[in-house]
Design a protein around this ligand. Structure first.
Ligand code: ADP
Length: 403
């Protein structure tokens, strides 16, 4: 089955076409800056997963419909297309960030799903409108193709109330569904299964702390293969220190900023989500730039790294307490997979808790799933590359499989 995975945002459509008989990528790309004066399209061809060929276009793209037409044109292009006709696209999987506590599993798209996603916009105002635009256009252009929604929140629906409730007036939960949902669930779910496979254990028996460190970062406490706690909350703002998000911070900062700086709620939201984190501390949000600045003696960049490591260690410590027995710490995503310094900072000083990195294994520029713990470490430390698109395609196939 060929599955088109779509991650539609407010001004972008990222996509990947996968041949699920072999689980290989046929092509992938992104339409960006939809609705702006000049948009862009990048398209990467990988027939059989080998050859790589980039197409880059720059042109105005009015809306998601025009964006999807461009994608379809590239996928079916007479010369460089990876399929001959749209009939060869047999299913579509949509990435959805906020599924609230309505969606407990991936599901086939119908009018009811669209209605529920629309109702969830107050809980996912940044992401869900873009997802809905992608679903609407895909249903128009591919009326015969079954479509599935795969949610970032679903993996964390197994959290118990003691982990997902905020200690705010209970009525806020009842009226507005104010609670912790957690995100990056597709990634945490994928690396949990891959880690179980790597460890040679059934997924129902693994206890893990999965550590997704990218532009957005989150940790998850996984007990017997299921999420029992995670660092992100009502929105992806809570938890770890990220590229531009502050993570955990006292809510009383909000009224202070209102009173002293005259900032509106939307300005404070922008400040905490887009101007904070590494960027807020040292002016840079990309980890590679932060390392470069540290090497040049930038003390703010040094502080940002120290804060990042400290916050990560605090979460690992608390999840060790939540889980009791832990088989492995699992690093994933851009920083987690590629940055030995970030991994070392995250595990530093945790030897007495059974977490001991092997210096050389951590530094080795390897790719693919690997164990970087010292041989005598009680807890394994794994690096497992995440693959959210593959997980979405797998779940799409699973939902559509005749029962
Ligand atoms: P997103 O959350 O956008 O999917 P990614 O998972 O791609 O983000 O992670 C982006 C982060 O990964 C950036 O901070 C980037 O600097 C970092 N990163 C990517 N490659 C490396 C590398 N080789 N060394 C250190 N950091 C890296």
């Amino acid at each position: 089955m060929n599955v088109l995975v779509i991650n539609s945002g407010s001004s972008s459509i990222k996509y990947q076409l996968l041949d699920m008989r072999t689980e290989t990528v046929m092509c992938s790309g992104a339409v960006e800056r939809i609705g702006e004066a000049v948009g862009s399209v990048t398209h990467k061809i990988a027939p059989g997963g080998d050859t790589e060929d980039w197409i880059s276009l720059t042109q105005p793209i009015a809306d998601h419909e025009e964006g999807m037409h461009l994608v379809i044109g590239l996928i079916t292009d007479a010369k460089r297309g990876v399929v001959k006709s749209l009939d060869e696209i047999e299913a579509i999987g949509h990435r959805i960030v906020q599924g609230g506590d309505i969606f407990h599993a991936s599901c086939r798209v119908d009018d009811r799903v669209v209605d529920e996603l629309t109702k969830l916009i107050p809980l996912g105002p940044v992401h869900n409108p873009g997802h809905l635009a992608g679903i609407r256009v895909s249903r128009q252009l591919f009326p015969q193709v079954p479509q599935v929604t795969v949610f970032d929140t679903v993996f964390h629906q197994t959290m118990p109330p003691r982990a997902y409730m905020y200690a705010l007036p209970y009525e806020l939960y009842e009226e507005l569904k104010v609670r912790r949902y957690g995100f990056h669930g597709t990634s945490h779910a994928y690396v949990t299964k891959e880690a179980a496979r790597f460890l040679g254990k059934p997924v129902e028996e693994v206890n893990l702390i999965t550590v997704h460190l990218g532009n957005g970062s989150s940790m998850c406490a996984v007990q017997n293969g299921k999420s029992v706690d995670t660092s992100m909350g009502l929105t992806p703002l809570e938890g770890l220190i990220m590229g531009t998000r502050c993570g955990d911070a006292d809510l009383a900062i909000y009224p202070l900023l209102g009173a002293e700086k005259g900032l509106s709620i939307s300005e404070i939201n922008d400040l905490t989500n887009k101007q904070s984190g590494f960027k807020g501390i040292c002016g840079k949000n990309d980890m590679r730039d932060i390392h470069e600045a540290v090497a040049q003696g930038d003390s703010r960049a040094r502080l940002a790294l120290d804060m990042f490591g400290y916050r990560n260690r605090k979460y690992i410590g608390s999840y060790l307490a939540v889980l009791g027995r832990v088989d492995a710490i699992v690093f994933t995503a851009g920083i987690g997979e590629n940055d030995p310094v970030a991994r070392e900072l995250t595990c530093r000083g945790l030897e007495h808790l059974g977490i001991k990195l092997d210096h050389d294994r951590n530094l080795a520029p390897a790719r693919g799933a690997r164990d970087i713990a010292a041989s005598d470490s009680a807890v394994r430390v794994l690096v497992i590359p995440t693959n959210e698109e593959l997980e979405i395609a797998r779940q799409t196939v699973a939902v559509l499989k005749p029962s």
